[in-house]
Design a protein around this ligand. Sequence first.
Ligand code: F6P
Length: 319
Amino acid sequence: MQRIGVLTSGGDSPGMNACIRAVVRKAIYHNIEVYGVYHGYQGLISGNIEPLNVGSVADIVHRGGTMLYTARCPEFKTDEGQEKGIAQLKRFGIEGLVVIGGDGSYQGAKKLTEKGFPCIGLPGTIDNDIPGTDFTIGFDTALNTVVQAIDKIRDTATSHERVFAIEVMGRNAGDIALWSGIAAGAETILIPEDGYDINDIVNKIQRGINRGKKHHIMVIAEGVGNADEIAARVKELTKSDLRVSVLGHIQRGGSPTVADRVLAARLGARAVELLMEGKGGRCVGILNNKVVDEDILVALSNKHKIDHSIFKLASEISF
Ligand code: F6P
């Protein structure tokens, strides 16, 4: 392989830049040229593609966001869009493509693979909802952002003796809520993978008040439903002084943590190795701290699963 491309797609995540850097530097180290595809699959269709060199990725390892920009691209879901993308890759003499992104980005990489273009998928999303990996690039940073926010909210919750309902991102996955919830000592964690009983929440709040607890923190994954509505019901039933805080896009930004930078470097480098070995149609992940790869089609036929032991543990130690 003489020339490869790299793009980022879908929602950005902290560590994407560190991953782009790893892909570019690892390829150049092995005398392979690298082209950056700007604005995700949208830029692939329109040919927004430029060569990258060692200096192109200097000074980005610590930056959030993605220097290649990103987009959500409905056109790439069509055969026509995918054919246009492949034509552009051929026009630039690109022989393999590294796609860094989430679920939708993997779907695009899968389509290119099915059409015979070698693609490697790398899990870049704060949601931690990608099959074939324990952790996605950006998840750890997002968790740290959420935990910092909850710690601050807890200060004011305690001072006012309030209940707080904090909505976090994650699309249909509860990982951000679960991991941040246990780390911040939240009394209630609601995730889409598990149902909840409003009466249990109400009883728990009541027990806490009876014990002299000064706050009650509920972390609600966005996939569970509207946090305002859930909070309104809890407020009505408990008659508590309750506030809702939706953390929003703050969770997607910021300098990546060490864990995310190292993960990005390891996965990015492995993607290049796979292309050098002539392997396409793979996605790379980390399982039990080992870098692994598997068929992207197989990975996508599985579903990411929540770690129920952590969910159980959270309910055993925070109440
Ligand atoms: O996939 C990352 C994510 O931040 C999800 O957690 C969230 O549901 C979604 O993207 C928000 O997307 P957008 O930034 O396009 O509104």
